[in-house]
Design a protein around this ligand. Structure first.
Ligand SMILES: NC(=O)c1ccc[n+]([C@@H]2O[C@H](COP(=O)([O-])OP(=O)(O)OC[C@H]3O[C@@H](n4cnc5c(N)ncnc54)[C@H](OP(=O)(O)O)[C@@H]3O)[C@@H](O)[C@H]2O)c1
Length: 340
């Protein structure tokens, strides 16, 4: 850039993770090109308009399903953060709604990066769903970056949310192949359930799930239960750490896959922790069937060994922060459903 600022593109600027990432990049002095599907929706992009006060932030229209759509937004950028993805866990047609557009979309963004010639590193946001959704005998498995969710099992057995896990695995693998074939540097961040304040004006799934034991919202609680059952643990990380990890792997880590996880817990321990620390909420602690050792946990040692330091290492820090945000915004009350 003319004024010497580093430029980064963040796709899916209306998203939960992308919006915090954009803020952190602006605070670090980056010029940021954010993409959204509908820049004319003034409510949806209100957080981005506000963030323009923090630094050099431009908003571009781009859709994952359109080849060439990202050309303008990635042009001149050193780093491209591929955060946008279809994330509808309720999808009734995952092959068409989650898997196909996610793969095509990632490759479309990467093709734009090849054309741009300025891109030094692409950082892809994947998910722990691409690591731990597989059949495991016994308990206590510690999973690292060598572990992949089992696409064959998922497509055959179709456990709840199977399409999301398949889409995350296949996006990672196709993106890796494309990066190798086109000599692009790619790093993948695979976060566990992301917890923490949200900058976007709409409700999101991860906030709903992380607060489900406090709100009693049965829809979100159902997804938390599915997570425990299909992945073998409830593993969490603060949203600020996820975004700091994205910037860290862009700037400072070798290419490759990085699990991003601070705490491995389970429904029983999480419910008991929340009930004890926040007695003002009626937290149901009746989850003794999850009391035994977790089927699996996720190791973030590779990221830590590369030099990354988590800011939110303890579950108290993570939940104190999100609950303060929830109280301030009234979001806990708005998520409460009459079902409990
Ligand atoms: N949140 C978590 O707990 C968590 C955990 C692990 C991994 N992840 C991963 O993190 C990434 C972001 O998730 P998030 O939680 O931030 O979700 P989110 O808030 O729903 O954001 C997803 C973004 O993707 C955009 N998008 C979807 N389809 C698109 C398309 N066809 N073209 C362009 N943009 C499209 C959405 O745009 P619109 O606003 O226009 O709909 C939205 O901005 C995903 O890859 C997800 O798998 C999230």
């Amino acid at each position: 850039m003319e004024d010497g600022k580093k430029m980064a593109c963040v796709t899916g600027g209306n998203g939960y993770i992308a919006s915090t990432l954009i803020k952190q990049l602006l605070v670090k002095g980056y010029a940021v090109n954010a993409t959204v599907r509908d820049p004319d929706n003034s409510v949806q992009i209100s957080h981005l308009k506000e963030m323009q006060g923090l630094g050099d932030l431009k908003i571009f229209r781009a859709d994952l399903t359109e080849e060439g759509s990202f050309d303008e937004a990635v042009s001149g950028c050193e780093y491209v953060f591929l955060v946008a993805a279809p994330v509808n866990l309720n999808s009734q047609n995952p092959e068409e709604e989650l898997i196909k557009p996610a793969i095509e979309g990632a490759l479309n963004v990467m093709k734009s990066c090849v054309k741009a010639k300025s891109v030094k590193r692409i950082v892809l946001t994947s998910s722990a769903a691409a690591v731990s959704t597989k059949h495991l005998e016994g308990t206590g498995h510690v999973l690292d970056e060598e572990s992949w969710s089992d696409v064959e099992y998922l497509r055959a057995e179709k456990p709840p949310t199977w399409g999301y896990a398949v889409s995350r695995v296949l996006v990672e693998k196709e993106a890796c192949k494309f990066a190798q074939e086109n000599n692009i540097s790619l790093a993948t961040v695979t976060p566990t359930l992301v917890v923490g304040p949200s900058l976007i004006p709409k409700e999101n799934m991860s906030l709903g799930m992380s607060l489900a034991l406090l709100t009693g919202n049965s829809d979100f609680f159902n997804f938390l239960g599915i997570m425990q059952t299909v992945s073998g643990s409830i593993s969490i990380v603060h949203v600020e750490d996820v975004c700091r990890a994205h910037i860290f792997v862009a700037e400072s880590a070798p290419s490759g896959r990085y699990i991003c996880c601070s705490i491995n817990t389970n429904l029983f321990d999480l419910a008991n922790f929340l009930a004890e620390r926040y007695p003002e909420y009626q937290v149901d602690t009746n989850f003794s069937s999850f009391r035994e050792k977790n089927k699996s946990s996720l190791s973030s040692q590779k990221l830590v060994k590369a030099g990354f330091q988590y800011k939110y290492k303890r579950i108290e820090q993570i939940y104190d922060d999100v609950i303060e945000y929830a109280k301030k915004t009234g979001i806990l009350a708005s998520m409460k459903l009459p079902s409990k």
